[in-house]
Design a protein around this ligand. Sequence first.
Ligand code: AMP
Length: 542
Amino acid sequence: MLYGQMMKFPLTTHSIIEYGNRVFPHKEIVSKMPDGSWHRYTNAEMYKRTKKLASVLVRQLGVQPGDRVATFAWNHYQHLELYFAIPGAGAVCHPLNIRLSSEQIEFIVNHAEDKVVFLDASLIALFEPFASRLTTVKHLVIMNASDELLTSLPNILHYEDLIAQGKDDFDWVEVDENQACSMCYTSGTTGNPKGVLYSHRSTYLHAITTMTPNAANISSADRFLSICPMFHVMAWGFPYMCLLAGADTIMPSKHLQPASLIDMMQKEKITLANGVPTIWMGIYEELKRNPIKGNLSLKEFMVGGSAFPAGLIRRFEEDFGIACFHGWGMTETSPVVTVSRLQSHHHIMNDGDKIRIRAKQGIEMPGVEIRVMQEDGTIAKKDGKTFGEFEVRGHWIISGYYKMENINSHSKDGWFKTGDVGTMDEYGYMELTDRTKDLVKSGGEWISSVALETTLMNHPHIAEAAVIAIPDEKWVERPLACVVFKEDKTVSGNELNEFLLGHFAKYQLPKRYVTLKEIPRTGVGKFDKKKMRSLYAEGKLV
Ligand code: AMP
C-alpha cells in the first residue's frame, strides 16, 4: 500500500468559520430582527462572538462533546452564531422546526435528549405549552428579550449575558470529521419525526459541492438572502456556503411576507436567494400587484422542497428577468442531491423545451449517486419514461436514523430509498412525479399528482393546486384536486378539465375539484396530503 503524502486536515465546520474569518472578515451579515430593527456586523465580529459563545457552552453550561443543543429561532445573526458555536464546543446543533405541532416538538426534544435550548423571545408563546414536559433540558437561553419579558418559563438565561461572559480566545473543541455537528428531524408526514445526524465531513463536502456553478453558483460577488428557515435541513447548507464563498448573508427572521422580502431585496441589493415554491409564488404575485421602480438586483434564486411549475419559471424570467434553478433533496440527504440547469447541448432547443428541462429536478451532483429502481427490482433505463423509486447514496446521504432501528429505509446493498418516484432521461435529469404514498392508481394505471398540480398551477386563475387520491368504485382510485383561485376568480371543473386535456389522458383527469381558501401545509410549507386525506375521510373536502 502506498499512501499519498498530503497533509491530513479534518473537514469540519470549525474550518468553515475559520476560513470565513481569515479570508472574508469584512463581509457583512445583516439581519432584520423579529422586532423590525436591523442588525449589521461583519464575519470578523461574528467569529469573535461565536468563540465567546462556544466557551460559555463548555465552561458554564457544561455542554459535553456529542450533547445535543437545540435552537428554536428565526433566521438571524444569533442563530448563525449558534450554527458554529455548538459544533465549535464539540456538540450537535439541533434546530427545531417552529412550525410543527406542540406534540411533535415535545417528542423531538425528548427523543434527541437536547440539553440546552436557545429560544427566541418572540417564540416563547409557542414553546411554553410543552416546556414543562421536556425531560432532558437543563438550560433555557432566551434571545432578543425586551425589558418587559413576561414568561412562565423557570430559570432562564439571557443570550447576550452569556456572550458578555465568554472568552474570544477559546480553542474550538477538537473533533473527528465523522463526528456529528448538527441534526434535523424529518417533518413527519407519516409517523413520528425521525432524527438525521449530519457529520462535520458531510456538511463540509455538501457545502463545497453545492457552491459550484452547476449548483448554487455562489461567490464573493453575491449578497445572499437566506429565506429558507435555518430549521429546514440546515437552511439547505447556505450558512456554510456563504462563509466559504465569501458571500454577504442577509436574514429576514420572521419578516417573510412577500412585500417585506421584496423590500429587503431592494434595500440590501440581494443577488441570490433560496426558498420553497410558496414563497416564490407569493413574491411573483406581489411584484405583479405592486410593481417596483426599476429592477431587482436578484439574478437567480434556488427553489426546492416541492415541485416548481414550469409556467412560473417562464413568467419570472419573462416578466422580471429573474432566473431560477430547481433543486431536489430531503432532510435525509443534507439536502441537495440534484440541481437542474441547462447544459451547452440544450442551447439549440426552443424556449418551451428548455423550460421543461429546467422544471425537472436535475442531475446528480458530484459526490452522490441516484438510481431508479423499478417494482420488479431492476434498475430503470435512462429514457425519461421508465418509472421507479429514486434510491441514492453518497457522502452526505443518511446511513441510518438516530436511535431508530429496523426501519426499512435502505436497500439490501445500502442505497437510501427516498420514497420519491419518477424517471431519469438520457442526460441523467431526474423528474419527480410523486411520493410513493401520494401516487394515484386508477384502473391499474399510475397517475402523477405532482404533474396534475404543476399543470393546474400554470392556469392563469389558479394560485395553488394539490391533488390526492380518493376511493372510486369503478377505478379503485381517482384524483381529487383542491384548488385555490386567485383573487375574485373562479373556473368550473369542466373548464379545468378542458385545460388539462391538452396534457393528460381523459382517465387521468380529476374526478372532482374542491375550492379552498388555502391548502393545508406541513411545518416546512409543503402541501400536507396526510391532512388533506383525513379531511376528505371526515367529509370536510366538499
Ligand atoms: P424534506 O425532508 O422536508 O425536505 O422533504 C423532502 C421531500 O420533499 C422529497 O422527498 C420530495 O418529495 C420533496 N421535494 C424536495 N425537493 C423537491 C423538488 N425540487 N421537486 C419536487 N419535490 C421535492
